[in-house]
Design a protein around this ligand. Sequence first.
Ligand code: SPQ
Length: 435
Amino acid sequence: MVETKTVTFNKPIVKGSVKVPGDKSISHRAIMLGSIAEGRTRIKGFLDGDDCLRTIEIFKRLGVSIERSGTDVLITSPGIKKWVTPTEELYAGNSGTTARLMLGILSGSAVTSTLTGDASLSKRPMKRVITPLQSMGASISGDEEGDFLPLTIVGSMLEGIDYKMPVASAQVKSAILFAGLNAKGETVVRESAVSRDHTERMLQQFGAELLKDGNTVRIQGGQALSGTDVIVPGDISSAAFFMAAAAMIKDSEVIFRNVGLNPTRTGIIEVLRQMGAEVEILEHNGEKGEYYGVVKVAHSRLEGIEISGDIIPTLIDELPIIALLATQATGTTVIKDAAELRVKETDRIAAVTDELTKLGAKVEATEDGMIIEGPTPLLGGEMKSYGDHRIGMMAAIAALVSVGPIHIEDPSCIAISYPNFFDHLSQLVQARSEE
Ligand code: SPQ
């Protein structure tokens, strides 16, 4: 039987401060690079969510020693050249990042392995990664189409390529860079718009040399990495749910401590400001590696805006919660150039449109986005998560502005990126004193 969680509030305000868990994208990459590198890597602030734990299990099967104590991780690796051939399949669970980046890493390793995933991940396209990897000489085989997991990868000697990416995707870019690290010669990746650059930053932290020039990244193959220390800042994609709550609920104000401020991820801050919310960066830290800081978000009157073009990759995972926010803003919000949403853990354009429409919101799905008219009062009711953490969290935040309770079907998926989400939700919500 599918679990249901009822979330209900009576005229709430959100107030206080919160330290969201570690960044999911950075946590994956820290485990990956710590395992590719020879020696010891210590990670602090690791996200102990389901997806990142899958990445750890995969490297353990490849012979890497990984000890975890909460959000501290110690990796001791013999280096990619000395990994052992796994005796079991490598299971990526629900994690697209694990699957796609592992394809790039395993292609240039010395082991043969089979990568599998859950039902949702087995429907997500892998060809976008397989095509460039095969042109580097990778041996990847699967079903007839070769687009979906399970896939078998025979580690091979790869050749560098010069690749122009058809979609702005950090997963595709990272898979090629990881393969390029173990290929002969130079690998060049050209993006149409800059996607999150955590792989580039962390490769440099582990001692690799790479050149970044606008939307182009170049890496020389054959560079050996050595273990290092990595500090993972809080995930701005997780913070975004409470940022949106603070922005849309009258009298609310939330301070986010230690939240990641990498400029390839801060599109949500720009959108909140453009819509009229009060956003203040109280502290900005970090020189090398990742930026992080303290951010305050407070309510103000919100207006609909257009969100399209180069900003999309910097807030792609925030679009479900931005859609909910737009239902509470005055006027029309248009989201364009976001067709990628259709190939996430679920079709997020269809899921957001269907679930918000059920509550009485005016949301129209388009091929590459959504058009939302606001403000509309939201009713309570049943909302499906579709096993997608971002849709599950959007549903819980909808309960803050709906007149009746929200019953979330299958809320457990939220643990993929935010295991203590409901604790933080109840800590931040306060009852409004009678006016
Ligand atoms: O790992 P997964 O399942 O693909 O995670 C998602 C998410 O919402 O958490 C997408 F469904 O984030 C991706 C993101 O959309 C994580 C990611 C990364 O770490 O490199 C990059 C983005 O995907 P893409 O396809 O644009 O590269």
